[in-house]
Design a protein around this ligand. Structure first.
Ligand code: UT7
Length: 326
């Protein structure tokens, strides 16, 4: 059976950087609180005229260029996002149009911070069973547009950005070895955007109640995130008859440094086995893993044959891990 192999990566971060010191002027917080509780020092924020699809297109073009593939050679586009340009049509369709991927089907996956792992696992099925030859998988978010900039519990955590990979069906040892996806919808209320949908349709009073913004019960999310990211990484490795000793790099969803450190210690991974960029990127939800992957790739950290693990957790709750051989 063919495997879905990553043949190009790309990422894009908006130019504007928002530091903890900038946030001190916006809400009742301090650089010290943010950096000790989250490990985040700064995050990128999209400009007014940058949409989620624009970030995605920049990342996608970089991935296509690295892959040496033109947009018309892509058969399918899957975008993981919870901050699409519109509730519908999908951001994937907007990207398809903007890059000229005229032969691709296109759809979005809504799995919050697990969006990229859900998307790449889905795309791999199409490549493995021969239904598609090349796929473009993107994680892209403009979370700054759904932040309550008066809520210090949440607005200090998140950032904007996009990451993309081009996958090709290939014979051989390299590619996605397996993907393991989970969900537990009973936790939907701990991390969500209440408005505006069929439950809370658009209304002036809804805006006054801050419904269009992200709501989170941080403490509860924290505990379940650590447990789930640990468990699914072990599940994924065991499924491939591997242990943490086989892992060159684990790419966790960049939620917050304390979560990452807790996961790393539970997994008994060395520090240099986990890729971390949350200090400079913040939590970019579905974009965080592909941005990290691209940064590691362009820094020359990945060699053919390396075992990598992608490990995500997000709203829903959703969580999942993929094991791949580079
Ligand atoms: O992708 C998954 C997305 N979710 C996450 O990654 C979030 C997971 N959760 C977390 O990372 C942490 O729970 C937070 C970073 C959100 C919060 O850290 P914490 O150590 O759990 O703090 P806390 O919520 O228990 O709050 C402690 C105190 C509270 O004050 P009181 O009640 O003790 O007086 C908060 O009001 O810190 C206060 N606080 C702040 N103080 C200064 C909350 N946010 C801030 C802030 N600046 N920005």
């Amino acid at each position: 059976m063919k495997k879905a192999r990553i043949i190009g990566t790309g990422s894009y971060l908006p130019e504007k950087v928002l530091t903890n010191f900038d946030l001190e002027k916006m809400v009742d917080t301090t650089n010290e609180w943010i950096s000790t509780r989250t490990g985040i020092n700064e995050r990128h924020i999209a400009s007014e005229n940058e949409m989620t699809s624009d970030l995605a297109v920049n990342a996608a073009n970089r991935a296509l260029e690295m892959a040496g593939v033109t947009a018309d050679q892509i058969d399918l586009i899957i975008v993981g996002t919870i901050t699409g340009d519109f509730p519908w049509p999908s951001t994937a369709c907007l990207v398809q149009n903007k890059i000229g991927a005229v032969n691709a089907s296109a759809w979005d996956v809504s799995a919050a911070c697990s969006g990229f792992v859900y998307a790449i696992t889905s795309a791999a099925q199409y490549l493995e069973n021969g239904a598609a030859k090349r796929a473009l998988v993107i994680g892209t978010e403009v979370l700054s547009r759904i932040m309550d900039w008066e809520d210090r519990n949440t607005c200090i955590l998140f950032g904007d950005g996009a990451g993309a990979v081009v996958l090709e069906a290939q014979e051989g040892e390299s590619g996605l070895l397996s993907g393991h996806l989970h969900a537990d919808g009973s936790y939907w209320e701990l991390l969500y955007q209440p408005g505006f949908g069929s439950r809370y349709p658009a209304s002036v009073s809804g805006i006054e109640q801050r419904l269009p913004y992200l709501h989170m019960a941080g403490n509860e999310v924290f505990k379940i995130a650590v447990r789930s990211m640990h468990d699914v990484a072990i599940e994924a490795l065991e499924n491939n008859n591997m242990t943490v000793a086989d892992v060159k790099l684990l790419f966790p969803h960049q939620a917050n440094m304390r979560i990452l450190e807790a996961v790393r210690k539970r997994l008994k991974l060395r520090k240099n086995q986990m890729f971390v960029n949350v200090d400079k990127r913040g939590n970019t939800s579905g974009a965080s893993i592909p941005i990290a992957l691209d940064e590691a790739n362009r820094a020359g950290l990945l060699e053919e044959g390396d075992i990598l693990v992608l490990d995500a957790f997000g709203g829903g709750f959703t969580w999942g891990a993929s094991v791949l051989r580079w």
